[in-house]
Design a protein around this ligand. Structure first.
Ligand code: BTN
Length: 241
C-alpha cells in the first residue's frame, strides 16, 4: 500500500494490526512523506518527501523464539545489503546492529518492532529508511549520505524497493529453514569496522577497542585493553574520532 503522507509507516502498520481485518504476512506500507518517522534509541527519522524510501513490512515469524529476535534483524539487514550490493559493492557495510553504511556514512537504517506472545514472536513490523535521491542533509543528520550522493544519479524508488523485498524474502526463507550458520556468518562478514581499531563510548567512558563479532543473541563483542566485553544496543556508541 502506498501512502502520500503518514506520521510513521511503522505506526500505521501497527494500527492496521489492531483493527479487526487480518493483515497478511508480507504486507508493505510505503510513504512518500513520513512526517514523524521514528528511529532507533528514540530518535526521529527525517527524509525529504518523495526522494527516499520509507516503508514497513509485516512479518509473522512465529517459528522464532523471542531470544532469536536478532536473527530476524540479521535476515532483513542481509536482504537490504544484497539489494544494494550491485550498486555499491564492497564499501557497503552493516554497522551493528542494523545501520546501512557506505564507507563511513549512513545510508539508511531500520526499526524492527516485535510483538511477542509468551516466548514466541507473534508479528514483527520491520521499518526501513533508505536515503536514495536526497542530496542535502541537515547537520543534525551526522554522517548521512544517499545513493545519489555516491553515484551521482537518480534512482527509481520502486525498483529499489522491489529488490529489497525480493532479497529480504530470500533471507527470511533461509531463516525459516533454520540456516542460522550461513545467516550469522554472512552478517558478521559484512560488519562495519570488523577487526579494526575504533573508539567507543560506553557508560560515559571513552576507549579504544576492536569489534570481533556479534554474539548469537545480538550482543556486540568488543576486545579492549581490559578484556573482552559484550554490549547491548543502548550500552555502547561508536565514536568518529
Ligand atoms: C535508525 O537508523 O534509527 C532507524 C530508522 C528507521 C526509519 C524507518 S522509515 C520507515 C519506518 N517508519 C518509521 O517510523 N521508522 C522506520
Amino acid at each position: 500500500m502506498e501512502l502520500k503522507e503518514v506520521d510513521s509507516t511503522n505506526t500505521f502498520l501497527k494500527n492496521m494490526l489492531s483493527n479487526s481485518k487480518p493483515v497478511p504476512e508480507g504486507t508493505v506500507i510505503m510513504a512518500e512523506d513520513q512526517f514523524a518517522g521514528r528511529g532507533q534509541r528514540n530518535n526521529s527519522w527525517h527524509a525529504e518527501p518523495g526522494k527516499n524510501l520509507t516503508f514497513s513490512i509485516l512479518l509473522r515469524p512465529s517459528f522464532l523464539n523471542a531470544h532469536q529476535q536478532f536473527d530476524l534483524t540479521r535476515a532483513v539487514s542481509m536482504g537490504v545489503y544484497d539489494a544494494l550490493y550491485p550498486l555499491l559493492r564492497d564499501s557497503l557495510k552493516i554497522k551493528w546492529p542494523n545501520d546501512i553504511y557506505y564507507q563511513h556514512n549512513k545510508l539508511g537504517g531500520m526499526l524492527v518492532e516485535n510483538v511477542l506472545t509468551g516466548s514466541q514472536i507473534k508479528y514483527s513490523v520491520v521499518g526501513i529508511g533508505l536515503n536514495v535521491n536526497q542530496e542535502h542533509f541537515p547537520v543534525s543528520a551526522g554522517s548521512a549520505t544517499s545513493i545519489k550522493n555516491i553515484l551521482h544519479k537518480n534512482y527509481e524508488l520502486k525498483n529499489i524497493l522491489a529488490e529489497i523485498c525480493n532479497h529480504t524474502e530470500a533471507w527470511y526463507l533461509k531463516l525459516k529453514a533454520g540456516k542460522y550458520t550461513v545467516l550469522r556468518d554472512t552478517y558478521e562478514s559484512r560488519l562495519y569496522g570488523l577487526n579494526q581499531k575504533r573508539w567507543f563510548k560506553s557508560n560515559g567512558e571513552i576507549f579504544e577497542g576492536i569489534v570481533s563479532g556479534v554474539k548469537e543473541e545480538g550482543l556486540l563483542i568488543v576486545e579492549q585493553a581490559s578484556g573482552t566485553r559484550h554490549y547491548q544496543l543502548k550500552e555502547i556508541e561508536f565514536l568518529n574520532k
